[in-house]
Design a binder for this molecule. Structure first.
Ligand SMILES: C[S@@+](CC[C@H](N)C(=O)[O-])C[C@H]1O[C@@H](n2cnc3c(N)ncnc32)[C@H](O)[C@@H]1O
Length: 311
């Protein structure tokens, strides 16, 4: 089953609401085609396994696999691992985090994109149970050493370097690298202390819109200049004329969360509505509110006036 953050009735969700059951909570980051996830779920039917994967194609493949194999103890989220960790996992609740063959970002200038960095390990410690652990398996020795150093710098983990468990060598990438004759590296990062800095979930708002009065223009020429706000950026990509009004394809980037959503400007019973379109169920965050505010400013420039502001 897919996890759609905007549709969750409690925020952040309780694992029993996500899974309809209680059991050791496990997060797999970057599950790819989900074959490992499926095997893990079958080996531990009492575990509640949450997978986070940025590739929509992979999520679809994995979702089909879970359905085909009748697996019920897995929930899949399309988005980043850090978003899932922050927002879908309560503090001190995780038994395990599994990262198999993370993208290594070998170029020096891309290293900041690596998942397993000091800041990630610090934040992870707020979500792991006492004695909970992250298990890393990779073929990339430089990334492996990097991850060990980053974790050790936090002082929050006991690092155990061991041979990779057999099951972790049956992922799509493991099989590919086995055929290429590569060596494998594995470590367990066991939590021994917790970072004192809390890591609260992202704030979710119930709405973001304004009601305006004036004449809706035939065309809506919006600035393509990015709108920056603390912690992110939004940009209007395209405007389309609909039957009732205008739809604005908008890109919003915030920490660990990128959304492409529709804003809309259309007549309503109470005035001209300028705000989030429910299509695609976007998560209404600070960044989305900032994008709506920018849209309202643009509409003010073409003569509309705000009568009610819920941005
Ligand atoms: C090299 S593949 C490994 C896939 C799978 N674990 C395997 O071993 O076959 C890395 C995967 O991580 C995903 N990924 C990269 N960055 C991610 C992130 N920040 N959060 C979640 N998934 C991510 C990629 O889309 C890709 O599917």
């Amino acid at each position: 089953m897919l996890v759609r953050p905007a549709l969750l009735s409690t925020w952040p969700p309780e694992p029993k609401d996500l899974f309809g059951a209680e059991g050791p909570l496990v997060l797999e980051v970057g599950f790819g085609d989900g074959r490992f996830t499926a095997e893990l779920a079958k080996a531990h039917p009492d575990w509640c396994i949450l997978g986070a994967e940025v590739s929509a194609t992979s999520v679809l493949k994995a979702l089909r696999r879970m359905r085909r194999e009748g697996i019920e103890n897995v929930r899949l989220y399309q988005g980043t691992g850090p978003f899932a960790l922050r927002n879908l996992v309560p503090p001190r609740s995780l038994h395990r985090v599994i990262v198999n063959f993370p993208d290594p970002w070998p170029k020096k200038r891309h290293q900041e994109r690596r998942l397993l960095q000091e800041r990630f390990f610090r934040r992870l410690s707020t979500r792991l149970q006492e004695g909970g652990a992250l298990l890393l398996t990779t073929d990339h020795e430089a990334y492996f050493r990097f991850a060990l150093e980053e974790a050790e710098r936090t002082g929050l983990y006991r690092v155990e370097v061991r041979p990779p468990p057999e099951a972790h060598l049956r992922t799509k990438y493991a099989l590919k690298w086995k055929e290429a004759g590569r060596a494998f590296f594995h470590a367990a990062f066991v939590k021994v202390a917790e970072d004192p800095e809390p890591w609260p979930p992202i704030r979710r708002y119930p709405m973001a819109h304004a009601l305006m009065e004036g004449t809706l223009p035939e065309t809506l020429p919006l600035s393509k200049r990015p709108v920056s706000f603390p912690g992110g950026v939004a940009v209007f990509l395209e405007v389309a004329r609909g039957e009732e009004g205008h739809y604005v394809l908008t890109h919003v980037e915030e920490e660990d969360l990128t959304q492409d959503l529709l804003l809309e400007v259309r007549p309503s019973a109470r005035g001209i509505y300028a705000g989030v379109c429910r299509f695609g169920s976007p998560l209404i965050t600070q960044g989305v509110k900032e994008a709506v505010r920018a849209l309202v400013r643009e509409l003010e420039r073409v003569g509309l006036e705000v009568v009610q502001d819920h941005t």
